[in-house]
Design a protein around this ligand. Structure first.
Ligand SMILES: [Zn+2]
Length: 146
């Protein structure tokens, strides 16, 4: 492996997963890469624009080891947040966005497609082997991730 993650890697997969897992319902999304030293693999944020539409942004950590399985589980995780927010129009889905709406999709996708969507994934990083976050890092991760 050792391949460097790019925004188009994310975009290409977003389009495929959108068709495969969300009936192509998800709209436009912007993609960003995280700096490496952040203790979460992905992040979803949204901004309500002047015309009332929602602008979605998905961030993926460059420290993620680039494999299809890793990309799929992290990108689809963030896409669930996007679906809950933009399609189901849920503003607040439990603490940090992993409430019943999120879990409903997590269960559906893991069961039906054999995906490995986790609330707090602990995957292998590029610059340090699979590591267990310290307590303060977990707290930070809960604050950042949603
Ligand atoms: Zn999340």
């Amino acid at each position: 492996m050792g391949k460097k993650l790019t925004k188009s890697d994310i975009k290409e997969r977003f389009d495929i997963y959108n068709q495969k897992y969300f009936e192509g319902k998800l709209g436009k999304c912007k993609f960003f890469l995280f700096p490496k030293n952040i203790y979460t693999f992905g992040k979803y944020t949204d901004i309500t624009q002047k015309d009332g539409s929602i602008l979605s942004k998905i961030y993926i950590n460059q420290n993620l080891v680039v494999t299809e399985e890793n990309l799929e589980s992290i990108i689809v995780h963030e896409m669930i947040h996007m679906y809950v927010r933009t399609i189901e129009n849920v503003r607040f889905d439990g603490l940090l966005g992993h409430g019943c709406h999120f879990r409903k999709h997590q269960k559906r996708l893991n069961k039906k497609f054999g995906l490995n969507i986790e609330i707090h994934p602990n995957l292998e990083c590029i610059d340090n082997k699979k590591r267990i976050p310290k307590l303060w890092e977990k707290v930070l991760l809960w604050l950042i991730d949603r």
